[in-house]
Write a protein that binds this ligand. Structure first.
Ligand code: TXA
Ligand code: MG
Length: 339
């Protein structure tokens, strides 16, 4: 006989909206060495207690990430910086005070107690104070550092909604806190200080110009890169949908379609589909926003959606060369890389 006490299906409890109860549950899971996916303003993170090597081991296993790739430790405020890092350059403090909470990660010399499992065995640690209220509330409740890479399997697109996380990781994660769609949409800007001077390791929506303005100094040319630390985001084939992505300027994109170069295509462009182009070879045409902020916010959701059509290729229109688009240029280059 059916009872009215039948337990809810796992699918309905895996994702929870952020309430005091859900936060208490999430913090308890982290303390027990479990995995909690949570929203940040950039992308969703797959969180584990940064001081628990066993929890980190599981985190790496679920992610499918090589052990020597470091993860970012999320902290509740800049005041906690010196609990994790030492020999902090003046410029790092300046950036922390200017941009935290926010989409900036600082790579600094680690304190001795920081586990190798977090740093991938390097002597540096990546630290960031996220600005999403749900992330800050979780950090407040947990009272410790939360190690969190983006909550996707290694090499796949980062999730920007709780549903993306559930689709990708399912019950490999113990709880997913749903804080709505991410407002920034691409991963944080990463700044390291290899020789005491700041350098951008990964472009994000906090751009070089903003950083220079705050520091009152020019950044060293990041193209001539330092002996690269192991930054998984710097593997060229990162952030890719399953469907091959082709990055083309507007003219080339239209030409390719007209020439029927591919059997079927899905398109991400900053203009509507021209009337002359309608045809069954175009399975989907997603018009992307005109400005960089909105484009970034919707980029991964758009690529995920276009990926579902199983077209022979996704054609993406190139974006402006302007500095404000540099994070987007970077992610599109990686998504379209075939090495
Ligand atoms: O916006 C973000 O940064 C998101 C959210 C969840 O905070 N996180 C994120 O994490 O993108 P993940 O693991 O997908 O990318 C973090 C990048 C990786 O490329 C990693 O190698 C690099 O940060 N990283 C972390 N610690 C590092 C260190 N000590 N030295 C060099 N790179 C480091
Ligand atoms: Mg990632």
């Amino acid at each position: 006989m059916e009872t009215c006490m039948s337990s809810p299906s796992p699918a309905s409890t895996l994702i929870q909206t952020i309430t005091p109860d859900a936060l208490a549950q999430a913090a308890a899971i982290l303390r027990q060495g479990g995995l909690v996916a949570f929203p940040t303003e950039t992308v969703y993170g797959l969180g584990a207690d940064a001081c628990n090597p066993q929890a980190l081991k599981r985190l790496y296993a679920v992610k499918g990430r090589p052990k020597n790739h470091p993860v970012i430790v999320h902290i509740g405020s800049a005041d906690q910086l010196s609990a994790w890092a030492k020999d902090i350059p003046e410029a790092a403090w300046t950036l922390a005070h200017a941009f935290w909470p926010g989409p900036l990660t600082l790579i600094l010399q680690k304190k001795e107690h920081v586990p190798d499992a977090v740093t991938g065995g390097q002597d540096t640690v990546g630290l960031r104070v996220p600005s999403h209220p749900g992330a800050l509330a979780l950090l407040q409740k947990f009272q410790g550092g939360i190690a969190a890479p983006s909550a996707n399997r290694f090499g796949k697109l980062s999730p920007t909604t709780a549903t993306h996380v559930a689709e990708d990781l399912g019950h490999d994660v113990d709880l997913i806190l749903d804080g709505g769609p991410c407002t920034v949409g691409v991963e944080s800007t990463i700044v390291a200080f290899p020789d005491g001077e700041p350098r951008i390791l990964r472009p994000g929506m906090i751009g070089a110009e903003q950083i220079q303005q705050v520091l009152g100094a020019k950044l060293t040319d990041t193209k001539k890169n330092i002996p690269a630390p192991r930054v998984s985001g710097s593997l060229s084939s990162h952030y890719a949908p399953r469907t091959p992505v082709h990055l083309l300027d507007r003219e080339a994109l239209l030409q390719e379609i007209q020439n029927h170069r591919l059997e079927t295509v899905a398109v991400l462009a900053r203009f509507p589909i021209p009337e002359t182009l309608t045809g069954s070879r175009i399975l989907a045409w997603q018009q992307a926003p005109e400005n960089a902020e909105d484009y970034a916010r919707t980029l991964y959701a758009n690529l995920r959606q276009l990926d579902q059509y199983q077209a022979a290729g996704i054609y993406v229109e190139t974006v402006p060369e302007d500095e404000s688009w540099s994070a987007i240029q970077d992610r599109l280059r990686r998504a379209s890389y075939r090495g």
